[in-house]
Design a protein around this ligand. Structure first.
Ligand code: GLN
Length: 479
């Protein structure tokens, strides 16, 4: 049975018709990992079959469907390293809420996905363990920070994967790897058991080939959780129910004009996204050009706020309670400094230093407090825009997948990867990246749809309808 690049929907139907058993499905994908992952390196660990099946509930929305989990999400009894040496030997004592919900829905969780250390990055190059390759061109990065999750789905190793998106870490790698990537409304998915980077932005997101599949996995994980007080009062429901394949009548999409004119945008990406807009217009969607001037400040605002939150969140890794502790230490202070110096990689250390700086009493007024004000401005602009249009559209990515090391000498340029995604996290609204074409050299490009709070259902409806008139998502790399 060849299940390579099969969608969840297809595998579900094969299982329901008893043409294949969950165990055979699992065997197929474990074999894919064994053959292909030595070149892609998407997983930090693939679990053994018996232990995967031990928690198999046998029923549910995702019964018998294998998926890969980003390594900053706790899976009971498994390591959760966050791609960092400091948590190399940390074993999760409990399941994150998203994990227990996936298990209840019958999902088979096959392993841990590589990631940028503590989700800080746009290329998965800051992982302490290995660099993950983009299945479309193995000399290029898969994007980040959820690069392992994206690469695994793109290479056909699993039909879905979980990532986290704090400033773009699901949507940007989805764009780089020709996948659908959802960053849900802040508070719609529980963060309980998700190791924090910047808590006011972090959300668990989903990678799949199709919007339909994405809605399925979202249905399994979304909803209020008493263990996470930041979750919204959202009842559980099946988001695939209203996926008719038609665009909602009267739909108005606002194309963010200044995003398409931004100097940061690669001309080839622009061309492909413009084509997607034309396709939507041809399908009868009303497209309106709008402007979001505050977008220009989103990456800088994200830069300050995310570092501030990271500095505070990562203070807990001190060699006392979790994971790594530096050996041969003379006293307590040396234990803290050596443990944190040797345990964290350079990118994480820089971010913590920047975070403490922008929070310090002498500089907070100039940086942190000012960034919080700009955040309100950005939120206000999104709210205004959604009075005129149902959804917004802009590019997901500034450029196509880049070569390993492309930004080694210019880290600041790497931060511009967040240009089109971070505003969505700052506003707390949902965004989804959908495959919309390729560059001349065959690298995938994604288009981003953004909606008001809790508009996931509409995003899925529109995205699913778009996938009925296009077949970009059906194209797969030769791996
Ligand atoms: N690229 C962004 C960063 O480096 C986004 C990270 C994320 O969403 N986790 O911070």
């Amino acid at each position: 049975m060849d299940l390579k690049f099969a969608t969840i929907q297809e595998i579900k139907s094969l299982i329901e018709k008893k043409e294949v058993t969950p165990e055979q499905v699992l065997d197929f994908y474990l074999e894919q990992f064994a053959v292909i992952d030595p070149t892609i390196k998407s997983a930090l660990e693939v679990f053994d079959k018996a232990s995967i099946l031990k928690s198999f509930s046998g029923k549910g929305l995702l019964a018998g469907i294998p998926g890969l989990i980003k390594d900053n999400i706790n899976q009971e009894g498994r390591i959760a390293s966050c791609g960092s040496k400091i948590l190399e030997n940390y074993t999760a004592a409990y399941d994150a809420t998203v994990i227990s919900r996936l298990k209840e829905e019958g999902a088979l969780l096959v392993g841990r996905a590589n990631m940028d250390e503590f989700a800080m990055g746009s290329s998965t190059e800051t992982s302490a363990y290995c660099k993950t390759a983009n299945p479309w061109d193995t000399s290029r990065v898969p994007g980040g920070s959820s690069g392992g999750s994206a690469a695994a789905v793109a290479a056909g190793l699993v039909p879905w994967a979980l990532g986290t998106d704090t400033g773009g870490s699901v949507r940007q790698p989805a764009g780089f790897c020709n996948l659908v990537g959802l960053k849900p409304t802040y508070g719609s998915v529980s963060r309980f058991g998700v190791i924090a980077y910047a808590s006011s932005f972090d959300q668990v997101g989903v990678f799949t080939h199709t919007v339909y599949d994405n809605a399925l996995v979202y249905s399994a994980i979304a909803g209020v959780d008493e263990k996470d007080s930041s979750t919204l009062d959202l009842a559980k429901k099946d988001y695939t129910e209203n996926l008719t394949g038609k665009f909602p009548t009267g739909l108005r999409i606002g194309v963010v004009e200044n995003a398409l004119e931004a100097a940061e945008l690669d001309p080839e990406v622009k061309k492909v996204v413009e084509q997607a807009i034309t396709d939507l217009e041809k399908a009868g969607v009303t497209v309106q050009r709008i402007s979001l001037p505050a977008l220009d400040y989103a990456a800088a605002t994200y830069f300050i706020l995310s570092r501030a939150e990271a500095a505070s969140n990562l203070a807990r890794f001190d060699g006392v309670r979790y994971g790594f502790r530096a050996p041969d230490i003379a006293n307590l202070e040396e234990m803290y400094t050596k443990t944190r110096h040797d345990g964290f990689g350079q990118e994480v250390r820089i971010r913590m230093m920047v975070g403490n700086y922008v929070l310090s009493s002498s500089h907070a007024g100039k940086y942190y407090n000012k960034a919080k004000k700009v955040q309100r401005l950005i939120r206000g602009e999104f709210n205004e825009a959604f009075k005129d249009v149902d959804l917004l559209l802009m590019p997901t990515q500034a450029c196509p997948a880049f070569k390993f090391g492309a930004y080694d000498d210019n880290k600041l340029q790497m931060d511009l990867q967040d240009y089109f995604t971070a505003a969505v996290n700052i506003a707390g609204v949902p965004g989804i990246s959908i495959p919309c074409g390729f560059t001349d050299s065959g690298l995938p490009i994604g288009v981003q749809l953004i909606g008001p709070h809790l508009s996931e259902e509409k995003l899925f409806q529109v995205g699913h309808a778009y996938q009925q008139i296009t077949d970009w998502h059906k194209k797969n790399p030769k791996v």
